[in-house]
Design a protein. Structure first.
Length: 347
């Protein structure tokens, strides 16, 4: 048949409690069609109902793919469920979908239109199958995120403790309890640090990647661990541009014609753990490496905003970590000096 169905996609907008689903299909003449919508609870029972609903409305002998965004951790249970059931599943970085959605003639943004955009994206693109991260990288992410949560809790208690001590008549009981909390959090943070070190030591691939990343000035083992954990060892990443977008460090501008209507700013529509992990390493790189110091100075002299220049260095550090990992090489801070000397010698 000249207009038979050649491809089927299930686009899913995932939230904490709900799965908003759109079914789409592509015909032989390359015309797409979105033909059915529904909602299911983001629970095991809801996922089972979703699969039954999809099976009733799709062809059995035609390619079928489930497509969803990487939305924090809420998509993970569904991804694992579908993978275990043997379905082809693709997980797309959020900025890819949002950028694609802007090209569609959609006046309003709702969960339904989001699922439609995801379904259309799946129909139009050739997507690769998602594979569950290795147990080691998943455990590394669990440990680094748990550590981050404990650090935040300890900081909050320290702030309360400081405020209590500054009062005219501080409550001794409150101070004692808060001191105990700080001590407990500090102990647990140290325990997690030991667990992270041990996990890296036992995994050769993780150990090698961490060692390469740590050759960058300002990047320590914890930073490397967070970056590797949040990117599953860069497994989801295909380019530096994609990595920067995933971290939410890509620059956005509002433009109209040839005039800029709004100030450029980073999107922040990405992985907040990556952004936070790169702040201190960027400052260290600026302080201890001439290349990054030059980038920082040049940008500050251009627009006078130090924080904006620091963010640019964060991007450079993240891109460099990816490059070192892909090329399996250590950072050489004298590389550009030798390159410059070589170019001068050839003149």
């Amino acid at each position: 048949m000249s207009n038979s169905i050649i491809k089927q996609v299930v686009g899913i907008d995932v939230s904490q409690k709900e799965l908003v689903v759109c079914l789409g299909r592509m015909y032989a003449d390359m015309s797409p069609e979105l033909y059915s919508h529904s909602c299911f609870a983001n629970t095991t029972a809801g996922m089972q109902k979703l699969v039954k609903w999809v099976d009733k409305q799709t062809g059995k002998d035609i390619s079928l793919r489930f497509v969803m965004e990487a939305t924090g951790v809420y998509h993970e249970s569904l991804a694992y469920f579908l993978h275990e059931q043997g379905y082809s599943t693709s997980i797309i970085l959020p900025n890819k979908i949002s950028n694609y959605a802007r090209t569609l003639d959609t006046k309003t943004v709702t969960d339904k239109t989001a699922s439609q955009a995801i379904a259309m994206f799946g129909l139009e693109r050739k997507l690769s199958d998602w594979k569950p991260p290795s147990k080691a990288f998943k455990m590394l992410r669990q440990l680094t995120r748990e550590r981050e949560q404990l650090v935040q809790m300890r900081t909050m208690v320290k702030n309360h403790l400081h405020a209590e001590k500054a009062e005219a008549q501080p409550n001794k009981g409150s101070i004692e309890r808060m001191n105990k909390q700080v001590t407990l959090f500090t102990k647990q943070i140290a325990e997690i640090g030991t667990a992270i070190d041990e996990l890296i030591r036992q995994n050769e691939a993780m150990k090698s990647a961490t060692k390469l990343c740590c050759t960058i000035p300002g990047v320590g083992k914890l930073t490397a661990a967070i970056v590797l954990a949040e990117t599953n060892g860069f497994d989801l990443i295909r380019s530096k541009k994609q990595l920067v977008s995933y971290a939410g460090l890509d620059v956005k501008e509002k433009q109209s014609g040839t005039s800029v209507k709004g100030k450029a700013h980073i999107s922040k529509k990405g992985n907040r753990y990556l952004r936070k992990a790169l702040h201190m390493p960027a400052l260290g790189a600026i302080k201890y490496d001439e290349r990054f110091k030059g980038i920082f100075s040049r940008l500050v002299s251009k627009h006078g905003i130090k924080m904006k220049a620091v963010v640019a260095v964060q991007r450079k550090v993240l891109e460099l970590m990816y490059t070192l990992f892909k090329n399996q090489t250590a950072y050489d801070r004298n590389y550009f000096k030798r390159l410059e000397s070589s170019n001068v010698a050839t003149l």
